[in-house]
Design a protein around this ligand. Structure first.
Ligand code: HEC
Length: 330
């Protein structure tokens, strides 16, 4: 048997080709597939084992055959094997690709012209260069036909298509992922599990200033329909996430609470509407009735300002003049 490539090259090369193929076909995100999926690692180890086993079997078969040969045949076999085992072909191809003539043969290609004693060799173009050139011609033809004649997608179109696909995927994901709420998409959560979660957040973080029943203390009363910073779910989400007016004591909670938690506690805050706390703090801010939440036990008296506050939550953060007397007196 003629060994073109020694086994210490053959085994790793085959192994890495298989590894590369596996990595190419198995979608494993940023991690390599064999790290993410232990089964792949097992498969690769098995492949390696089999490759080595095959080498071993072939080697021992050769040995058995060798024992049966006549002495002359043995000598011939060894000679053959020694010749082929050396990677002469690698060296040969290298020299062929360079295409340069050995110094002894330079006489054949020397031009009979002397430039002040300097002579010129008529070397051929190096084959590696020529082959690369031919390949580039083939590439150009294929490229031209594919993209210019048959109108293949250019990179911008490819990008746009991928972006559109990703957008669809993001939309689909957003629909299922509650945790991605923000101030623009938040809606009142009504599921008991969400309200319980909101209650827990409230009891851990908020009771110190707003009291467990929302009656208020350092922070304003949350049970009435007077709001300093807006009483619709979006405004409340905004207040909790970004905090109240500076210096008043209501910090921005977005660093400590996840968006979903803010949505949950905001929905929970709205369940205080219309309840009667033990020690209600005097109402502060404008009357704002979110049509979707709570009940309006008190008749709205300042309806003219209500609309303004609802459209733009931050508009209630204006000059002191616009904030009702109770707030200023504090
Ligand atoms: C350190 C005391 C303190 C803590 C803790 C606190 N708040 Fe406040 N909260 C305030 C103060 C003070 C205000 C009034 C802010 C202003 O006037 O700008 C306020 C305002 C609010 C408002 C707006 C009320 C309105 O009338 O517009 C809401 C809603 C609110 N807090 C919810 C919460 C929630 C939910 C938590 C827990 C995650 C919390 N607060 C934790 C002190 C606190």
């Amino acid at each position: 048997m003629k060994n073109l490539i020694p086994s210490w090259i053959r085994v790793p090369v085959l192994f890495f080709i298989i590894l590369g193929t596996v990595e190419f076909f198995v979608d494993s995100g940023k991690q390599p597939a064999f790290v993410k999926y232990p089964a792949v690692l097992l498969f690769l180890l098995l492949v390696l084992f089999i490759l080595i086993a095959i080498e071993g079997i072939v080697g021992s078969l050769e040995n058995v055959m060798f024992q049966k040969l006549s002495p002359e045949a043995k000598a011939k076999f060894i000679a053959e094997k020694n010749k082929s085992a050396k990677i002469t072909w690698l060296k040969d191809t290298y020299i062929k690709l360079l295409g340069s003539k050995p110094i002894e043969q330079e006489g054949e290609i020397i031009l009979d012209h002397s430039y002040d004693g300097i002579k010129e060799l008529d070397n051929d173009l190096p084959p590696w260069w020529k082959y690369a050139f031919y390949i580039s011609i083939v590439f150009a033809v294929v490229y031209l036909i594919r993209y210019e004649v048959f109108g293949g997608q250019n990179q911008i179109e490819e990008l746009n298509e991928e972006i559109a696909e990703a957008q669809v995927a993001i939309e689909a994901y957003k629909k299922t992922a509650k945790g991605l709420v923000d101030v623009n998409t938040v809606t009142i959560l009504t599921e008991a599990s969400d309200l319980t979660a909101g209650k827990n957040v409230f009891q851990t973080n908020c009771v110190a200033c707003h009291m467990a029943d929302g009656g208020g203390g350092i922070g304003p009363n949350l049970t009435d329909n007077h709001w300093i910073l807006g009483g619709d779910i979006k405004s409340i989400f905004h207040t909790i996430s970004e905090g109240g007016r500076s210096g008043k004591g209501m910090i921005a909670w977005k660093a400590q609470l996840k968006p979903l938690e803010i949505a949950q506690v905001a929905s929970y805050v709205l369940t205080f509407q219309g309840t009667t706390p033990a020690n209600p703090k005097v109402a502060e801010g404008d009357i704002i009735v979110d049509p979707n939440a709570g009940d309006a036990s008190e008749a709205p008296t300042e309806t003219s300002e209500e609309g303004e506050a609802e459209v733009q939550p931050d508009s209630t953060l204006q000059t002191e003049a616009e904030v009702p007397a109770e707030v200023i007196s504090e």
